[in-house]
Every structure is written in structure tokens, then in C-alpha cells.
Ligand binder design. Structure first.
Ligand SMILES: [Zn+2]
Length: 491
């Protein structure tokens, strides 16, 4: 068994279910409309012991410092005309902040977060020998009588959620992972659906049938989901609006869509009980938007994540001495940078608001248009660009949305690539740098709009930036400082 220098607070929680309350400075924080009253703490209070009965762990996949601050600058720019100010996201005002160094793979990183052990890339819930099963924080708390919830905007059997209930050598063993989910006995699953529900070769029993056999209510009905409570038994609430098994990007949702914040408030209703609960909530598409180099979709999902966290903060305000909320990321994605060569010291994040849909939704719009209009000229298609990204071919000199000649040539070259069948598109170093395997026109448009706003991208992959950690509530002070990713739970 591994031994590490520091003892993580969750390990303490699991081991003893009690810990010292250490004073956080008494202050008020604005969280949207929620005011956070941090526990009135004094030297006397630091001697008392308390139990973290309710634990929320929020993981923004691909969310590092640029993603968090990008969202704050964007909101600040839109909120304050003519000046750049930060509009703080609620969770960034938590009294305790730290920084963690994470390996850039979601499977091993989530295993480290969930179980406190370091393992190989791609491995879930097994030690470095790929054989010894680890017991996750969620499993340990379940054992203690807590109810457990696992929520993700993307599929529930991919690496991050799986690290809380599964033990498999490969993150790609989706069907095996789903079987372990059905056997987890956890109380609440919510968000996306399951990848490969009948196995890789589509020759296995339907996993949803198995889940129902194991006592789960599987529902895809919005009203039914919103009416769930702690009498509902074990449930798997699947968002009725999905794209490829995952929830839509926030930017693509409408008023009536079931949001991540709804799934967190419903989760609280389902899990709330006298024995306590643990809820892990992952925002998975911050990562995807990072891979695709789409800042607006990235930012809007970070903002939606903050709204989901504020549901936990409401609960915290009702149970401040018994609730711990931790917010972190698992790694950075895309090499997102705030600042870009052609804009120098300036930013114009408000330009991003001209983007009306995610790269994912625009790919569909473009495909449908080109299928219906196979002889469309560049100028014809460009009307879609103006409509959905605000970019213009010509206009007043001071209009930042007008493409320069350099940019227009890039868009034209990308359009030529887009018109080719996938197998005839350019490969090699330049194509990799320009398009990264994404739809050439779409990724060129997000690059140009992002660059004009003052956002740069260096990669289509994960990068090694550290991630922030924010904590509030019972035991939060343990998350001060800089530490390794297995700090969250040491065994
Ligand atoms: Zn990723």
C-alpha cells in the first residue's frame, strides 16, 4: 500500500469521520444571488470536532486557470461597457484556494483524485500493477452509510465518473465499466447516457435493462427527473436532449433545456438524508471545447458549471458546519492563453458574443447546408459565417469583426479543405497545426474570432498547466497550497 507524506482531508474524513474545524476568516461572499456566510470561526471553534456529512466534489474536465479567468473576463467585459473588469465566478470566491499538479490523462488523474493512488494513463481504479483494485472515496463513504451521486454532462461510463465506481485496466472497456456501474449500488446517476450500451460489438445485453433489473429507475423525462426526491430509490436520470450521448453545450441549450444546475439540485433532493451524502459532478465538455479550440463554448460551459456549483452553495448555506464543497479541474486542455500576438496588450472578449452556437452545432449547420446546396460558392456559404460568428468580409476600418486579408485567405483555404471528402483532405504538419483533425472551416472561424478577442490556443490536446482548487466548508482549509493530485485521498 502506498504511503504519502501528507494526509488528505478526505482520507481523514473516511478514517475517522471527524476532523478539527479550523478557523476561516469570517466574511461574506457573493455567489450570484447567494450570499455565503463562512462559518463564524474562532480559536475555540478550532478545538471542536465536526463531521463532514455532505461532500460535493466538482470537477471541470480541462478546466485550468485560463478557462476560469477567461469566463470571468468575458462576463466582466459584457457586463461593463468600455472597461475590462472581472465578474467573479462564485466558486472563485471560496475562502480556500490551492493549486494541484495533474498528469494530463483523465483516467489516471480521476483515479488519483477518487482513490489517492497514482497509476498508468488509461487505467481506472487499479494501482500501478494494473491488478490491485483501489477503493474510491465514493465506495468508502457508501460503506459508511452515505448516499452517493455521480453526475456528468458527458457519458457516465467514461473515465472521470468511472474512476469513482469502476476498476478496469482500460478506460475504453465501456461495457465492463457500465456493468460495474450497475453493480455499484450508488443512489443517483445523472447527465449523459452510456457509451456502447450493448458492448463494442453490439452483441451484449442492453445495459439499461440490466440497470433496471438491479433496481434503478432509468428515466429520460424532464418532468419526472425534476420531481425525483429521496423516496425515489436508485435512479439514473438521463438528460432528454443529448448530442452523441452527451448533454448539449450550454451555448446550444434553450430556456427549457435541463441544465447541469437542475441535475445538481435534483441530486440534492434524491441524496439528502440523515446519514449524509457524497456527490461528484463533472463538467465534461469544457475539455471538448478546449480540444476543439472554441473559447465561447468553453466559457459558457464554465459559467454553467458555476451555476451548478451555486446549487451546492445554497445547500451549504443551510448546513454550513456539515458541508464541504471542493471545486477543481483535472488538467488543462487546448493550451488556452489570454493574450495573443496580433492583439498585443488589448482584449476584446465581447467579440465572442457574436458566436451563436458551438463548433459542434455549426458543423451540423454547415454539413446540412452543403448537402442541400452542393454548388454553393464561398460567398454563399459566408452568409452562414456572418450569421453565426459575426465575421464580415468587408466593412468600416474600425469594425473589429471585419476580416483582414490574411484572415480572409485563411478562411478561403479552410473552405476549400472543407469541400473535399475527408479522405482527400491534407494531412501532415501544416494541416495538423491549422485544423487538428477538426472541420477545417469551423476550427478556422473559432481560431480567428478567438484571436480577434485576444485568446490564443497552442494545442488540440491536454497540457501540463496546474489546476486551481477552491474549497469551502467543513475541512476546506486542508486544500490550501500546492500539492500533487493524489492529495485528495491518500491511502
Ligand atoms: Zn480531453
Amino acid at each position: 500500500m502506498h504511503r504519502f507524506k501528507k494526509i488528505g482531508i478526505i482520507a481523514s474524513l473516511v478514517a475517522t469521520m471527524t476532523f478539527s474545524m479550523v478557523a476561516c476568516s469570517s466574511n461574506n461572499l457573493e455567489e450570484g444571488n447567494e450570499t455565503i456566510d463562512t462559518a463564524e470561526a474562532s480559536n475555540e471553534a478550532s478545538q471542536e470536532t465536526s463531521t463532514a456529512k455532505y461532500i460535493f466534489m466538482f470537477i471541470g474536465d480541462g478546466m485550468s486557470y485560463p478557462q476560469v479567468n477567461g469566463a470571468q473576463i468575458y462576463n466582466g467585459t459584457v457586463d461593463n461597457e468600455d472597461s475590462v473588469e472581472l465578474t467573479r465566478l462564485g466558486f472563485t470566491e471560496f475562502p480556500v484556494t490551492g493549486s494541484a499538479s495533474f498528469a494530463p490523462d483523465s483516467a489516471s488523474t480521476a483515479t488519483s483524485i477518487a482513490s489517492g493512488v497514482k497509476t498508468h494513463s488509461g487505467v481506472i481504479g487499479l494501482e500501478a500493477d494494473k491488478t490491485t483494485e483501489v477503493t474510491t472515496i465514493a465506495e468508502q463513504l457508501k460503506e459508511k452509510g452515505y448516499k452517493v451521486g455521480i453526475v456528468s454532462t458527458v457519458t457516465l461510463n467514461h473515465a472521470t465518473p468511472a474512476a469513482f465506481y469502476a476498476n478496469v485496466e482500460s478506460r475504453n472497456s465501456y461495457y465492463d465499466i457500465a456493468l460495474q456501474m450497475a453493480d455499484s449500488d450508488f443512489d443517483y446517476f445523472a447527465g449523459g447516457e452510456l457509451g456502447q450500451p450493448t458492448g463494442k460489438d453490439k452483441d451484449q445485453r442492453d445495459i439499461y435493462e440490466i440497470l433496471e433489473e438491479k433496481g434503478y429507475t432509468v428515466t429520460r423525462d424532464k418532468d419526472e427527473i425534476l420531481s425525483l426526491d429521496n423516496e425515489s430509490g436508485k435512479v439514473y436520470a438521463i438528460n432528454p436532449e443529448l448530442v452523441g450521448g452527451a448533454m448539449e453545450y450550454s451555448i446550444d441549450m434553450d430556456e427549457d433545456s435541463l441544465k447541469l444546475s437542475d441535475l445538481v439540485s435534483t441530486g440534492i433532493n434524491v441524496l439528502d438524508n440523515e446519514e449524509g451524502f457524497f456527490m461528484m459532478v463533472e463538467s465534461g465538455k469544457v475539455d471538448w471545447a478546449g480540444h476543439a479550440n472554441d473559447a465561447m463554448s468553453n466559457i459558457q460551459d464554465v459559467v454553467a458549471f458555476d451555476e451548478a456549483i451555486s446549487e451546492a452553495v445554497k445547500f451549504y448555506n443551510e448546513h454550513p458546519d456539515e458541508t464541504l464543497i471542493i471545486v477543481t479541474g483535472d488538467h488543462e486542455t487546448g493550451g488556452m492563453t489570454l493574450g495573443q500576438a496580433t492583439t498585443g496588450y488589448d482584449t476584446a472578449f465581447d467579440l465572442l458574443s457574436n458566436q451563436k452556437m458551438s463548433y459542434e452545432a455549426f458543423d451540423e449547420v454547415l454539413k446540412t447546408y452543403l448537402e442541400a446546396n452542393p454548388n454553393a460558392s464561398f460567398d454563399d456559404t459566408f452568409s452562414l459565417v456572418t450569421e453565426n460568428f459575426g465575421l464580415l468580409k468587408e466593412g468600416e476600418d474600425d469594425n473589429l469583426l471585419v476580416l483582414t486579408e490574411y484572415e480572409l485567405n485563411k478562411v478561403k483555404a479552410a473552405y476549400e479543405e472543407t469541400l473535399k471528402p475527408a479522405e482527400e483532405r491534407a494531412t501532415g504538419e501544416e494541416a495538423t497545426i491549422l485544423y487538428g483533425g477538426y472541420e477545417p472551416l469551423t476550427v478556422t472561424l473559432t481560431h480567428i474570432l478567438n484571436n480577434k478577442a485576444g485568446i490564443g490556443w497552442t494545442s488540440y490536446s491536454h497540457t501540463g498547466l496546474p489546476v486551481p482548487v477552491y474549497a469551502i466548508g467543513a475541512g476546506a482549509e486542508e486544500f490550501n497550497g500546492f500539492y500533487d493530485n493524489n492529495f485528495f485521498l491518500q491511502t
